[in-house]
Write a protein of this length. Sequence first.
Length: 510
Amino acid sequence: MRRNRYPKRLVTIAAAATAVTPLVLVANPAAYADGQGRGPGDGRGGDVVRAAVPPGAIRHIVVIDLENEAESSIFGATSPATYLNQTLVPQGELLANYYATGHVSADNYMAQVSGQAPNLVSSSDCITNLSTLAGSFNDVVPGTLDPNRSAYPGQVDGQGCVYPSAVQTIGNQLDRGAPRTSSITWREYAEDMGNDPARDGGSPDPLGGTDCAHPVQTAGQAYDGTNSAEGPNAKGAQKSAISDQYVDRHNPFIYFHSVIDNAAYCDSHVVPLGTVTTGAGGKNVYQGHLALDLASTRTTPEFAFITPNVCDDGHDATCAGTNSDGTATGGLVGFDAWLSKWMPLIMSSPAYRDGSMLVVITSDEGAIGDASAVAGEKPGPGNANPGYSPLLNQPIAAFKGATYYQLLGVKGLTPGQAPAAGTLPGGGRTGALLLNRRWITPGSVNQTPYNHYSALRSYEDILGVTRGGSDGLGHLGMAGATGLAPFGRDVFNADVDGYRHPRGHDGSDG
């Protein structure tokens, strides 16, 4: 959530979004259409719904999240993201009905790599003191597997943000039995992580910054001091000569003991993004892990999650530091500037050029006033309304007792009280852009509903994870929910010589 711009710009945006996009369920159930789109058998006498590309066709996946924007804002005709819409969209496929799975930020990031649904703390960006808005890095308690596996597949009971070691991420899956196609199985690339080591923590990285930065817990709890960016343009205690716009809550892998409890393992996988500067003749000059890793298909991770800082992901309207163009403008302008610098590196990489890389660009969540969801999305045991955030429903003294929801124009909620189950079912419509040179038709638009869980299931299928998970077939948490379909031939819609698509989600023969 954007804490530094509620009183002005964001209020106007969210109020408008609320008027245009009511809090309703999506009627089309296609993303949860049971038994459509068949893939390889599961060895049990039945078929399994798998993503509609042949095994090994796509060997690398890159996921990039921007912050808090509706599909209409990101991809609409008046979007200020001109590089995204004029350069990238014509080369890829727009999933117009792609949805987030919760509000606000942290829960969506966790869902994308683990399939864990929001609880009341993760829905509040891990803030447990709603008066001071102090961040926390506390274990999910009690953290036990919910016994109702039909209703809550692979879900952990309790409240908190740091999941027990039994909860796996897609990174853990790739390290435990999936076919190896790269010397690096997975990496989180976090921009600015460790610019201020005293603020962020972590282990010194030889290329600059720190690895695996996160608060150090005592008895399963810790204070998180990264909620607000620091830099020369910040106010109050965050004003600093050091520009550090990294925040923990946008770095999903650090919220899993299965990653952070092994320091060496975490240090090798959760690394700083690196930097880009303008060299002679206006050429981009890259330094750091991402540039080095993408130089060869052998070192390009099978799964990469890239987290821009809170200026470059569009979270902050006015940045504590600067964006990729050297100004303090954030929002979609800042995100677009970041894309214009970093996407040329990604799209010129050997893995992208040979068609073995899929790039996914989406938003963590939609507009706060939009809590719509793909029909069939299930809540977890920790929050009966995935689109509800206690943080946004707490009266704020500085705003004369108004809640953030009220400031944003969201009506019908009682301050301090959770609504009836099912009132706010999801994270709103964000859209997603998929880029691949071989399996996607450039400039295509897809209206089939998908969400973060659909995407995770697709990533697991594409990268060859076929065992374990909540369904025993390789899908974690809600990605293993009954009837959830991965990306089908409607997504991988290009005609590839020598390949016949499997039976599609729409039931048609490929």
